[in-house]
Design a protein around this ligand. Sequence first.
Ligand code: ADP
Ligand code: MG
Length: 616
Amino acid sequence: MADIIQLLPDHVANQIAAGEVVQRPASVVKELLENAIDAGADVIKLIIKDAGKTLVQVIDNGKGMSHTDARMSFERHATSKIKRAEDLFQLSTKGFRGEALASIAAIAHVELKTKQELDDVGNAIVIEGSEVASQDIIVTPTGTSVSVKNLFFNIPARRNFLKSDNVELRHIIDEFHRVALAHPSIGFVLYNNGSESFNLPVSNYRQRIVNIFGNKTNEKLVPVNEDTEVLSISGFVGKPEFAKRTRGEQYFFVNNRFIKSPYLNHAITSAFEGLLKSGTHASYFLNLTVDPNTVDINIHPTKTEIKFDDEQTLYAILRSAVKHSLGQFNIAPVLDFDRDPNLDTPYSYKTNKTSAPKVEVDRSFNPFQEETKFKTNAVAYKKESPANWESLYVGLESKGNQNQEDFSSIQFETEEHSASIFDKDIQVEQSHTTYQLHNKYIVSAIKSGMLVIDQYRAHQRVLYEDYLKNLTVKEAASQQLLFPLELHFSTQDIEVIKQLKGDLEHIGFVFEIMSEEALGITGVPVGVPESEVSIILEQLVSDVQNEVPDSNFSASDLMAKSLAKSMAIKTGTALKKEEQEHLVNTLFACKEPNVSPTNRATFITMSVDELDKKFI
Ligand code: ADP
Ligand code: MG
């Protein structure tokens, strides 16, 4: 038989490698920015057109490349950064795989211009789909400019796979933020479709965070600093009261490289334990410096995952450093906002003279003795818990006799049950009664059997159709706020809100954009509590930014979905009988009662037949 194995031609190998390195325009941004940093630049400009689909260009003032290097840089495994495998363990550069430029050139039109400081002239190279189209001597400033045009021009499937401009731009900006946060000593500028979106001058770390996320961020930051033999930590965590619904502002950098680590994230979450409202996430911007020898960043082609030699120790140090900072900067007292007013001293007591508290010690107390007070209490409590169901009945019996009224409802339920089995008429009447299960489901009898409604999804459906109607057909009533509410957002978030202003007004929000970072809200949709407004808007902005274009996207649809999600009664909320019934009725008055706005079942039914089968 003839031999059939061949070496892949270079351009094919490059395309395959590109699949790993370049997933979307943001990946190109990351690779080019990192190359500029490795070249020692102190000012880096990023130029984006059409969310990077038309153009991603990075211009740096770094050391540039020689005539030969300029050509070599596009070869696969061509790198100036490592020479031997051992160098991998002493990395001080971002790149080292020598794959990025070769991969990008395989799937785009690339133009490189570069000049070294001591040279009078520089080089320009044009490469399209791995083919060198031209190389010329040109006059150009010291440094390098790489333009990547028409990404995936030769892989239509990949191009079609790209998300909407909104989503791709979001990824680019995320990448830009990550790189800029890791390098405050480098100036960065981002131009998007011809206008300057970010201009981040050389600064310290705090200032860099503030320049990216808005002036209001400054007061939210708590410094974290820790220096140990294995690890040093510097950076900031966000005060718990400013924690966000979305995970956006969570950044770990290890030796100035952004990394994702669910494990270390957990360390921080656990340091915040008890300080965050449920459903919110702590922000953090933390730089970890470790001996390069003790980490392996080679495990992922995009280098965002990392392997530490001793993860457990890092976890412990990180957790305690964050805890320490939160304690030191007196974060705990902010919880007082939520304190129970019952704990305050009643007014009449305040004038009373205080007397020194007396401590009474029960000298006969022996914790090992069987019959202690605690023990008896525990037993009494246990008696009432359903786990001990026999004793429950014992209690019912005796207490029931003493106080008939207390148990009337229980008896009534039993009566009803037995009656419904034998009496058809009662069964019909019963179809209107509802029962809430685990503060999550509403159970109701229907003629054919049983109906179980997911309260959160059902309410989302009801609100969604309501909002959609308001957005497209009529304007909703607005509820005037007594005092205008000033809310702060990042500059980008404000941009998004600006675009949605008309729609937001349709559903009842009344507001003004006060500055690049603040909104003044004077009216909210009826039924929206003031305390929820910022959470709702935050969720909305994040949903718009992460919108998935293939699911029949329209702005009003997305908005109705997002608001319905924020406003719907959540799982875990106890509902009164009337509320349960109202929800059931409004759900079945909807156009599409059987699915939530995100296409999940809102209810299930189980027929008597099915139930019967379960009892066979
Ligand atoms: P890597 O960064 O892993 O070495 P790349 O494909 O990204 O691989 O780049 C290949 C080589 O091209 C780099 O090692 C570097 O020598 C050179 N190079 C790339 N971009 C620049 C730049 N902006 N300035 C100077 N040299 C660069
Ligand atoms: Mg590189």
